[in-house]
Design a protein around this ligand. Structure first.
Ligand SMILES: NC(=O)c1ccc[n+]([C@@H]2O[C@H](COP(=O)([O-])OP(=O)(O)OC[C@H]3O[C@@H](n4cnc5c(N)ncnc54)[C@H](OP(=O)(O)O)[C@@H]3O)[C@@H](O)[C@H]2O)c1
Length: 250
């Protein structure tokens, strides 16, 4: 249990809530699309940048890092793109008290860990934690060798197509996937119409660079470029100068 607190601004405003309670029940609906429910969790600066000097370090606070773990506690699987794994490493685990929360909710103690690569092999040294199981998705031409403790799935396409990937994890009983970036893989899920929610931390920072945003430009152009897809606001929390926004795109 953390000693952190947070204000809820919407709905039902309330001050100084214990953070762990504020994010205890995510109340995820079904995707309604015959696939696992998919949410992105990302932190950006106020000007919308998701990278500082090549990583996300320095954008979010200690509260943001705790929120990240609280969100993981509410999902069956946590996923990362290979670019993020290469840039920062990937450990999608939760600490013991949140593992207990997962067990109490009928989940495995740790989320299933998913890495999504295209044509380049990934370095197992940068992928931490195997208690919840690991699945590596690669494109058809990726020369990735099998790795102990990792289920390797080779897509029939150059990059793993999100619906194909989600069908593979659904076969293993996964009903919800938390996508922790990066922006390129986020864009692939948006383009495929396989994105239901966004948990967005706005760090009180300005970057002013051309670093990647939360979702990279969609390859081949966006169908929403002229008619943006509309979402609905689920909740807003605030800690100090940092905002935690949750939008649903049903
Ligand atoms: N602010 C945040 O919350 C946050 C969160 C996560 C990451 N980040 C930052 O974002 C950066 C990494 O993001 P990124 O966009 O470069 O990498 P990424 O989205 O993590 O991964 C991109 C890679 O995924 C593979 N891939 C799988 N399916 C794909 C598809 N359908 N289309 C395209 N690529 C596909 C490709 O791997 P191959 O190279 O094998 O072809 C591609 O290079 C890092 O700086 C990281 O620190 C920030």
């Amino acid at each position: 249990m953390s000693d952190l607190h947070i204000d809820r601004l919407f709905p039902d405003p309330a001050s100084d809530l214990p953070l762990d309670e504020a994010f205890a029940d995510l109340d995820l609906p079904s995707s309604g699309a015959g696939r696992p429910y998919v949410a992105i969790n990302m932190v950006t600066s106020v000007d919308g940048r998701a990278q500082v000097a090549g990583t996300a370090e320095g954008l979010g606070s200690r509260v943001d890092r705790r929120v990240m773990r609280l969100l993981r506690a509410g999902f069956d699987a946590v996923a990362s793109g290979a670019g993020t794994l290469r840039a920062t490493g990937f450990w999608p685990g939760v600490p013991p008290e949140l593992a207990e929360r997962r067990r109490a909710a009928g989940r495995s103690a740790q989320p299933l860990s998913l890495v999504i690569a295209g044509s380049t092999p990934v370095d197992l040294e940068r992928w931490h934690g195997d208690e919840g199981g690991r699945m590596l998705f690669v494109g058809t031409a990726n020369p990735q060798a099998p790795m102990a403790g990792v289920e390797l799935l080779r897509a029939p396409t150059d990059d793993p197509e999100p619906h194909w990937l989600l069908a593979q994890v659904a076969e293993r009983g996964i009903e919800s996937v938390l996508l922790e970036g990066g922006p390129t893989v986020n864009a692939a899920f948006l383009a495929a119409g396989a994105l239901d929610e966004i948990f967005w931390t706005v760090g009180a920072r300005l970057v002013g660079s051309d670093a990647l945003p939360m979702i990279a430009a969609l390859p081949g152009g966006s169908p929403w470029a002229d008619h943006p897809r509309r979402g609905s606001l689920v909740s807003v929390h605030r800690n100090d100068d940092e905002l935690f926004l949750r939008y649903r795109f049903g």
